[in-house]
Design a protein around this ligand. Sequence first.
Ligand SMILES: [Zn+2]
Length: 504
Amino acid sequence: MKFKIVLVWALLLTFVVNAQNPDAKKYGSQITADQLKEYLSIIASDALEGRETGTRGQKMAAAFIAAHFQELGFKAPVNGSYYQPVELYSSMTGEAYLKVGQTRLDNFSGIIYSGTADSGGEVSLPVVFAGYGSEAEFNQVDVKDKAVVLLAKEMRMRGNPVVKMAQDKGAKLILLCAHETLAEFDNIAGQFKNFMSGGRISLTKPQPGNAAVTMVVSNVTVEKIFNTTLAKLKDATAADAKKTPLKKFKGANVQYKVTTEVKTIYSDNVLGYLEGTDKKDELVVITAHYDHIGKMKGGTGDLINNGADDDGSGTVSVLAIAKAFAQAKKEGKGPRRSILFMTVTGEEKGLLGSEYYSEHPVFPLTSTVVDLNIDMVGRRDPQHKDGTYVYVIGSDKLSADLHELSERVNKENLNIAFDYTYNDQNHPDRLYYRSDHWNFAKKNIPIVFYFDGIHEDYHKPSDEVSKIEFDLIEKRAQTVFFTAWEIANRDNRLKVDEEKKIKD
Ligand SMILES: [Zn+2]
């Protein structure tokens, strides 16, 4: 009996030792907390000013990453460069004013406008009053090709049903009055001014059109337009709709002008390429985004959003994993498939760098086997007070083969807790669609997204290096390394399940 137990143990031990690949273990263990800390202290330092896309701080991060790839002896895969240029466009409201009589109201003082239309010069329009914008009220007045004033219950300019109704009825200028006092209006206008300074960023060059324009205006402006009081306008909205009381408020013409400023932002994805051996035409991609949200546009105290976790932690993981693979190759243990280490730009602006890559791939997408995406792996969330865990998202969405491999490799190595809470595509936080792997998944390339959860310092200046748990990054980055090692070295390419593919 005793003998039998010993035999079983011996067999189990043999199994475990065999399952672990000694080479993978050797090079994976070269990824260390100290090394990750050294890299992150640079990537997330105040000097890099929060790495906002297109800024000098982001370009400093890019230079650091490219130099790292060069030191590792990686090929520069973009026509001899580590940089894949990504041109982005920022569109911001340019000039915007409203004239009522002799008074000109500029943006954030008298009006609030955040659109990106172009009126094609100053436009003069007759103005009508449509109360709270109910169907009955719109039936009393003709707003087509006019300016319309609405007493709004909410000041949203986009997605507001009364704005939609006014647009559908053909209004050219929609003036929303949502505040009872000028002080209230001015307060909101000040907040908007701060918030709006960033502009909207896109991959395609915007063509500002002469669409209907929506502005928020103060109660004082509305009173001036109709030469009456807000109270009287409100009274009229409460009166019998059949008697068309709204018609008696006729304003003089108003004039307005809006323009849009389009600027080009020059940024780059940074790519390092490690060529494989007998299966070098197939490619494993490991990604993280090196951009973050930059500095706060106003306020006092610490204004730099360091993005130590988001996604400094993923970026330094990619650098460390790259170094471990480079060392393996130097010692004749390089991967059979090629590996592309890619830190992307513009993630915080809408996954733009990875979208650009997926539309302008440097290596054929048909030969791209997997994307392992690391976005936030340096912290723990309130749901995990202790222990080593990581949220694993998307591993089963396109390939049962990948999911099985990912689970098995983890069990054979560090056996950290894989939490699949966010793996549900219908989870309200929709994380499967919220980082760069999605641009690979939508091209039917299997992905795994590694993530640590939402914490209190998310997108705040307090996302600092001092709050990072480097032991956690080490374990998580090693797990990604072991997974990549297995995918890059196994005999068969990962199988994509036909029935799971996304059809256009
Ligand atoms: Zn992120």
